[in-house]
Write a protein that binds this ligand. Structure first.
Ligand code: PRP
Length: 190
């Protein structure tokens, strides 16, 4: 059972936000909880966390720190298929892993799964590199937007179909460094 979010107006939140969905404290608590769960799973496996740039950079770093077991971290960057088009998914790897991953335990870390196209592509790609295991941890899941089925092993929160920013998520590269997650005022992007 995945936790759901609630809208709230938080004093001092960024003026471009209509409301907050997750406060800094809620994010911190959830990452700590996921970190404990993953530490138990990966205690003797020396996993490689694979963060997907750029959105996942905050979550991947926080989760890595929260796990407190021997582990390493690497990053990939992919070019996205664009907002309105295609059903085939990602396109091109802009930055690949720095190391071989054959026989290693991989944990793919994403900030959000939306249509699922990016994740499906990355899952297939990483499976093809013969890891010992591959699991996926995402902080936010927007199940109502899914276009393709993709397995997600660990989810932080389920969210409705709204334009969320903060904690790594951007609009035109802005807002990624907000320590909380909120919904952008529609007049700013419509
Ligand atoms: C976001 C997010 C995922 C992807 C999810 O990345 O980080 O990688 O979209 O969407 P999907 O499930 O519809 O494929 P984005 O392309 O916005 O790039 P960014 O991480 O650099 O912001």
């Amino acid at each position: 059972m995945v936790d759901k979010v609630e809208k709230k107006i938080v004093p001092g939140m960024h003026p471009d936000l209509a409301y907050t969905l997750l406060t800094e404290e809620e994010i911190h608590r959830k990452v700590a909880e996921m970190g404990r769960l993953l530490a138990a799973e990966y205690r003797d496996k020396n996993p490689i966390l694979v963060g997907i740039l750029k959105g996942a950079v905050l979550f991947a770093s926080d989760l890595f720190r929260a796990m407190q077991v021997p582990a390493s971290i690497d990053f990939m960057a992919v070019s996205s298929y664009g907002a309105s088009t295609k059903s085939s998914g990602v396109t091109r790897i802009l930055k690949d892993l720095d190391q071989g991953v054959e026989g290693r335990h991989l944990l793919l870390v994403e900030d959000i799964v939306d249509t699922g196209l990016t994740l499906r592509y990355l899952r297939d790609y990483l499976e093809g590199r013969d890891p010992a295991s591959l699991k996926v941890a995402v902080f936010l899941d927007k199940p109502s937007r899914r276009k393709v089925e993709v397995k997600v092993d660990y989810v932080g929160y389920e969210i409705p179909d709204e334009f969320v920013v903060g904690y790594g998520l951007d609009f035109a590269e802005g807002y990624r460094n907000l320590p909380y997650i909120g919904v952008l005022r529609p007049e700013l992007y419509q």
